[in-house]
Design a protein around this ligand. Structure first.
Ligand code: NDP
Length: 401
């Protein structure tokens, strides 16, 4: 009997996909035995460019921070933003617990039940995951939230220490299920809305760092649009997540979780708004960003993937709280750089060099031809693929000395 697709080896799967020979060989050459264990139907690795914020000052400590991202100019902008934040970023950490939900319908009497069985509920959690208690974590609280007339969420507040904690939370929740049997729970699952893990970063920027008070005022006015206009808010937050998600991804963390949580927080009062706030305060441009963010420095993909561990080591030997502050600081720098660009004449100028590198590759330039093409494209008022191709041909036809 022939094997099912998922039973094949990665190379057998590639063969079954009937790809062109060169593509199949190229994908095959990028396989890694470690990553083959991470997802089903594995065929190959997908590489992303990784850059670095060389120096960002956070609470008097200098950090280098890896960023994995495919979009040109993001890393350059983050570095730029970090330089503008030369006074440093300050991190304010609130709570550090995850929320797990037990979803009930028609849960009359659940409050009293929890009060009566509190000790049992806490004992069950400890039994389910004793190792997290040894690390100083575990179940902190159990709260009831009535969502509608018939729907109730029992929220389990769980400290997962340096792990993002999805599996830890789900393990504890599942162990609690039998206790709540009489309420016939619909199911249990962690919530990615990490409101018990709020982190705030602030930064003060000297006017001269950004081209004067007038530019600062423009940044404040631009930022204000994102507070009232969801069209502007979506773009401003997308730019913010250029920075945040690139660090989250490079460090092996779950960027979908971080983004979902961030966007939910951006809509917390019913309207989607920009997450960063810029004001003029004490003669400086003052930025502030608060985000519920749940990431880890152990567990999940971080422990499994050497790439993630190596990237994390660029930041240093940090715990999850420090990582959360670093990620948000890069986000603040990224947002500052984007607003500064728009306020001083548009972001296209800054983007061009990197975009033209991509265009040169797109039209077939070899690595040693890219710089020459880009420097010619920069001087032109109109550029498209046919222009880039023409310049590539000219360069190739020029006599070499
Ligand atoms: P793990 O299941 O890998 O748990 C982390 C483990 O690391 C702990 O159980 C603990 O095990 C060990 N550990 C070592 N040092 C520490 C420390 N200092 N602090 C805490 N734990 C430590 O990962 P998570 O529970 O963090 O789950 C994250 C993964 O779950 C991610 O890959 C995510 O994508 C995925 N996921 C996400 C979901 C979602 O977001 N909705 C849903 C389901 C999964 P020990 O104490 O035994 O050594």
């Amino acid at each position: 009997m022939s094997k099912k697709f998922y039973e094949l080896t990665p190379d057998e799967r590639l063969l079954a996909l009937n790809l062109k020979e060169d593509i199949r060989l190229s994908l095959s050459s990028r396989q890694s035995p470690v990553n083959a264990q991470m997802v089903e139907n594995y065929i190959s690795d997908f590489r992303m460019p990784m850059g670095v914020v060389h120096d960002i000052l956070i609470d008097e400590q200098h950090f280098s921070v890896p960023m994995a991202i495919e979009e040109p100019s993001v890393v350059a902008a983050a570095n730029n933003g970090a330089k503008m934040l030369s006074n440093g970023v300050h991190v304010i950490m609130a709570d550090t617990a995850m929320i797990g939900q037990m979803l009930l319908i028609g849960a009359a009497g659940v409050d009293e039940f929890i009060d009566l069985h509190r000790d049992e509920i806490f004992a069950k959690a400890k039994q389910a995951k004793p190792s997290i208690y040894k690390r100083g974590g575990g179940l902190r609280d159990v709260r009831v939230r009535n969502i509608s007339k018939t729907e109730t969420s029992v929220d389990f507040i769980i400290d997962t220490k340096d792990a993002m904690g999805a599996n830890i939370v789900n393990t504890i929740l599942e162990a609690e299920l039998p206790l709540f049997e009489k309420f016939v729970p619909l199911g249990v699952i962690l919530s990615n809305y990490a409101t018990n893990q709020l982190v705030t970063v602030t930064g003060d920027v000297d006017f001269e760092r950004i081209g004067g008070r007038e530019v600062a005022q423009k940044i404040v006015a631009l930022n204000h649009f994102s507070k009232n206009d969801p069209y502007r808010a979506t773009t401003e937050n997308k730019g913010l997540f250029n920075g945040i998600s690139a660090v989250v991804l490079a460090t092996g963390n779950d960027w979908r979780a971080v983004e979902a949580s961030g966007h939910a927080y951006a809509s917390r009062d019913g309207q989607y708004r920009g997450l960063v706030t810029w004001t003029i305060l004490n003669g400086k441009l003052h930025g502030e960003l608060t985000l519920p963010i749940s990431v880890g420095t152990v567990g999940g993909a971080i422990s499994a993937m050497p790439d993630a561990k190596q990237a994390l080591s660029i930041i240093g030997d940090v715990n999850a709280d420090t990582l959360r502050g670093v990620i948000l600081s890069v986000g603040l720098a990224q947002n500052l750089a984007a607003l500064k660009s728009i306020a001083s004449g548009g972001i296209q100028r800054g983007h061009m060099r990197m975009q033209y590198r991509a265009l040169a590759m797109q039209v077939g330039a070899k690595t040693d031809e890219i710089t020459a093409i880009v420097s010619r494209l920069i001087s032109l008022s109109y550029v498209d693929a046919s222009v880039a191709k023409k310049i590539l041909m000219e360069i190739r036809n020029e006599p070499k000395n």
